[in-house]
Design a protein around this ligand. Structure first.
Ligand code: PEP
Ligand code: MN
Length: 363
């Protein structure tokens, strides 16, 4: 594997910074915009690396699709002026080549690319033999295996400096977010790869400015290692993703507003207090499992009865009644409708499986 030139040695450490802060505009637009944004980000004293999109994957054609390769020298100059490393999104081998020719210090694989194994493999093949940090965003669709697959393809290419970026997932229908965070999926990914740096991209989750702070805090509370966030010298005038970008100065305020929690360094007293609460959670979990077991047993009895009387397993009307009832009661108990629906969908599927096993058992 190629060794890093002297001045890039510090890149080795980049992914080890805690909390790691990567910031920059959604898109590079002009040389001045890149330079001014970079200098103001540097002046915050809180940013470790610059980001900017050069090739922009847009959902619909006709939107601004990035300045292309001409933007890379602008980033190079901004990196030289600030002493900060820079990275861009790459989706093809050609883009990776262009980025490297302009001395990009790291690259990231975007959400639309992660969703496409052909593209990921193309980039991974082009990464072979390089000592380049690669950040991998979650795919647009909530699919753990695709995200894992992209990571595996990159690691198989010999890349050892990898980090994961949680940028939220497409969800059908109206939600508060541009991309629903679906925290449980990110937590599962953290569980699968505990040694990898895990970053939040609050910009693409929120799609607006007012939720950014809250989402950053949620991530820090979940022990994320840092963030990659969009920051622009004049957000309202941005050529892409204007509504979610913030000025470097606003970024400073937001970073100052975060309560940084520490995972390990607890006093004896704090430790005991937490342990008490955690053991209460464990007991309640045992109880929940016992209740679910009892519930399944009753479902099985219903299964036996349906079998005897030749009745279908799924009875939509009954299921609607259950959902309505639990959503109403759940709301009173302070549980969101979204949670109750997902929770009961899972219970329902399991219950159908149990009934199915009974009804289709061979005597
Ligand atoms: C981006 O970071 O500019 C971007 C396009 O993000 P995503 O791939 O998460 O949509
Ligand atoms: Mn963007």
């Amino acid at each position: 594997m190629e060794t890093l030139p002297e001045e890039k040695q510090e890149m080795k450490a980049l992914l080890q910074r805690r909390p790691l802060v990567i910031a920059g505009p959604c898109s590079a637009e002009t040389e001045e915009q890149v330079m001014e944004t970079a200098l103001r980000l540097k002046a915050t004293g809180k940013v470790h690396a610059l980001r900017a999109g050069i090739w922009k994957p847009r959902t619909r054609p006709g939107n601004f699709e990035g300045v292309g390769v001409q933007g890379l020298p602008w980033l190079q100059k901004a990196a030289a002026a600030t002493g900060l490393p820079f990275g861009v999104e790459v989706a093809t081998a050609r883009q990776l080549e262009d980025a490297l020719r302009h001395e990009a210090d790291f690259v990231w694989i975007g959400a639309r690319t992660t969703a496409n194994p052909f593209s990921v493999q193309e980039v991974a093949d082009a990464l072979k033999g390089l000592a380049l940090p690669v950040l991998i965003k979650n795919p647009v669709n909530p699919d753990m295996e695709l995200w894992t697959g992209a990571l595996e393809r990159v690691m198989k290419a010999g890349i050892t400096q990898v980090a994961l970026i949680h940028r939220g997932f497409s969800a059908y229908g109206q939600t508060d977010f541009r991309n629903a965070p679906m925290w449980q999926l990110a937590i599962e990914m953290k569980r699968r790869f505990p040694a990898l740096p895990f970053l939040i991209d609050p910009s693409h989750i929120c799609g607006n400015r007012h939720l950014l702070q809250e989402v950053m805090q949620n991530a820090i509370d979940l022990d994320y290692d840092g963030l990659i966030i969009e920051s622009h010298r004049d957000p309202d005038q941005a050529w892409s993703d204007a509504s979610q970008q913030i000025t470097p100065e606003r970024l400073t305020q937001m970073l100052d507003g975060i309560v940084w929690r520490k995972e390990e360094v607890l006093s004896e007293e704090q430790h005991l207090h937490l342990q008490k609460l955690r053991s209460q959670i464990d007991r309640l979990d045992d109880e929940l499992l016992r209740l679910l077991h009892d519930r399944m047993k009753i479902s099985e009895q219903i299964g036996e009865y349906k079998k005897e009387h030749n009745i279908t397993i799924l009875q939509t009307e009954r299921w609607n009644q259950i959902l309505e009832r639990v959503c109403r009661n759940g709301e009173r108990a302070g549980l969101s409708k979204e949670f109750i629906t997902q929770y009961y969908d899972a219970i329902h599927m399991e219950s159908i499986k149990h009934q199915d096993a009974i009804m289709n058992a061979h005597e």
